[in-house]
Design a protein around this ligand. Structure first.
Ligand SMILES: [Mg+2]
Length: 232
């Protein structure tokens, strides 16, 4: 890629630039506890109820809406996130990578399924904004990133050439949505949450990195697509 146009590098936020451990803490531990206390039921019942909601809405826009969850489960989930905001943290290599990309003149965009309020809270705690020329929440687009429509509308609002765009995202269905749209340079993250085990490269459909600075050598390869996923 050294001789051609530099791609616009699009980054997911949670699980890619930021440690997904925070979201695990909120959605899988604190929300069930607060839900149980609010509705005076057992923690087990709360886990069960929330699990059903999660299954129903996973990968939809509603799944990512704090307002929806607040109304649906009777717990103010934005307040809950604010109560634990000191736990919001960048993943390894995050700022090192962003500084390098800025120094090398790459254009970086933040594309997240977090709703606007969630994005705002994360940015107040980890100041990513100086590194991004565009920051988009799927709430602004009206579709989650898993859908081709997200990318079509993003492109209408912020013109870009899909041949010269790269997406780094920890969620396979999101990468599949972007691929369907026509983005070919796709990279995933082996360990989105520092509190969970890393995924093995053999389980992953896309080239992967762990420390974010591992992206830098990939940028100088001519065709990321040709990297053999199984041996990379
Ligand atoms: Mg993510």
């Amino acid at each position: 890629m050294s001789d051609c146009i530099k791609p616009i590098i699009m980054f997911d936020m949670d699980g890619t630039l930021l440690d997904l451990a925070f979201d695990d803490l909120i959605w899988n531990h604190q929300l069930p506890e607060r839900h149980a206390a609010t509705h005076q039921c057992s923690l087990e019942q709360s886990h069960h109820t929330l699990h059903e909601f999660y299954q129903q809405h996973k990968h939809t826009l509603l799944w990512y809406s704090s307002k929806y969850w607040t109304a649906k489960v009777g717990v103010d989930v934005l307040q809950l996130q604010a109560d634990f905001q000191h736990k919001i943290a960048p993943r390894q290599g995050c700022f090192e990578l962003l500084k390098q990309l800025k120094a090398q003149g790459y254009r970086c965009w933040l594309v997240t399924n977090a709703d606007r309020a969630g994005l705002q809270l994360k940015l107040e705690n980890v100041d990513l904004s100086p590194y991004f020329e565009v920051m988009v929440s799927s709430e602004d687009i009206g579709y989650a990133k898993e859908f081709v429509e997200f990318w079509q509308i993003l492109q209408q609002q912020h013109p870009f050439d899909s041949q010269h765009a790269m997406l780094i995202d920890d969620t396979t269905p999101v990468l599949q949505g972007a691929e369907k749209f026509g983005i070919q340079q796709l990279v995933t993250i082996r360990q989105p949450s520092s509190l969970k085990a890393a995924r093995h490269v053999l389980e992953l459909e896309y080239p992967s990195i762990n420390d974010l600075t591992e992206l830098l050598p990939l940028l100088t390869q001519d065709q990321l697509k040709d990297v053999d996923v199984k041996t990379a």
